[in-house]
Design a binder for this molecule. Structure first.
Ligand SMILES: Cc1ncc(COP(=O)(O)O)c(C=O)c1O
Length: 358
């Protein structure tokens, strides 16, 4: 009987799934869709992998990832009790509403941002309020403020924002966090490419969660490791909701090595700035509007006169992210993640072929 009731209840609740995301799409030969680091990862990582011993495979990992927490503490001056480490920052995005809101609590999310914020909030039965963007595609903090009410428990921001690459200044963000009692999540997945971090400020504010990942600038997407920093209270809640061994020993070791290689991050930032400028310049020359980005994504508007633009790219073996992945109408814009120069040149050549067939 109990089983029947459970099954019946499950059927009445239809929650969204992460699997609908573009991240699970098939990659085409010329891939500018997912924003992994085109330079790969630090050479330190292959050293770590060569030095692994059998116990790294046989033994369970450290559930608290104390060595990585100690490395993060040295780098950012954050106490171990204020750090939570997980199997990619996606795992934390899913956990945040699970442990911090009740069904029906309100969550505010900008219209154009990482789709997982909305999916995760709805999975936990949060009531999502969408806040519109400014005309230049920036996140409109005043508009978000105007939507806050006594039921607002969570606000997701992304800095730099995915898919626009736009940043919000540290002062604006801190003023915003100060102005509300709702918990503000600042996802800094792409911070190694541009923008100023709030990671140290998470020591001061009780309503701030700063999310970071090793998948982007550090180039370790395959290892699945991310972390967040927040007040001890919030971190304790995450720990209660976490798996016993969230991160593998190998992932923890590679993350420590990646963190130590500051030169690789500097090189990545410089490389991405050049490639971003290259693609932006080339696309603007051809009459496309490209949003000014400080990160590893470029939002390119598709003129109305181009019919089926992303389908044409697909037919020519190019994968980009179409606006429909962000719940916009198909073909309004594409998100392009710059790759190595040879690939970026091929991309522009294909754009020229499409222009000719217009
Ligand atoms: C803004 C943002 N947050 C989080 C993630 C997920 O990162 P991770 O690989 O750590 O799960 C991504 C990945 O695309 C992202 O763009």
């Amino acid at each position: 009987m109990g089983g029947f009731l459970l099954e019946k209840n499950m059927k009445t609740i239809t929650t969204p799934s992460f699997r609908k995301l573009y991240a699970f799409g098939k990659k085409l030969p010329l891939d500018l869709s997912l924003s992994e680091n085109p330079l790969g990862c630090s050479p330190n990582i292959s050293m770590v992998l060569k030095q692994l011993t059998e116990t790294d495979f046989f033994d369970y990992p450290d559930p608290d990832c104390l060595q990585l927490k100690s490395a993060l503490n040295k780098r950012f001056r954050i106490k171990a009790g204020c750090i939570f480490i997980a199997n990619g920052s996606e795992a934390i995005i899913k956990l945040i509403p699970q442990v911090l809101i009740k069904p029906g609590d309100e969550v505010i999310i900008p219209r154009l941002t990482f789709p997982m914020f909305e999916i995760a909030s709805k999975m936990s039965l949060g009531k999502v309020t969408i806040s519109e963007m400014l005309p230049d595609f920036s996140i409109d903090l005043d508009e978000i403020k105007s939507k806050i009410n006594k039921n607002t428990k969570l606000i997701f921001l992304c800095n730099p924002n995915n898919p626009t690459g736009k940043t919000i200044s540290k002062k604006q963000l801190l003023d915003f966090v100060r102005s509300t009692s709702a918990i503000v999540v600042v996802d800094e997945a792409n911070i190694e490419f541009g923008g100023s971090t709030l990671i140290r400020e998470s020591n001061i504010f009780r309503n701030l969660i700063v999310l970071r990942t090793f998948s982007k600038g550090f180039g370790l997407a395959g290892f699945r490791i991310g972390f967040c920093v927040a007040s001890k209270d919030i971190i304790r809640k995450f720990e209660r909701g976490s798996q016993p061994f969230p991160v593998s020993t190998v992932a923890e070791k590679t993350a420590i090595a990646a963190l130590a290689d500051k030169d690789f991050i500097k090189m990545t930032k410089k490389f991405m700035k050049n490639e971003r400028s290259f693609i932006s310049r080339q696309m603007r020359k051809r009459g496309f509007e490209v949003v000014d980005s400080q990160a590893n994504n470029l939002l390119i508007k598709i003129p109305k006169s181009f019919k089926r633009f992303s389908q044409m790219l697909k037919m020519k073996g190019v994968s980009v992210v179409d606006s429909s992945s962000f719940d916009f109408e198909k073909g309004i814009f594409i998100r392009v993640s710059p790759r190595l120069r040879t690939i970026n040149i091929k991309f522009i050549q294909i754009i020229d072929q499409i222009i000719k067939t217009r």
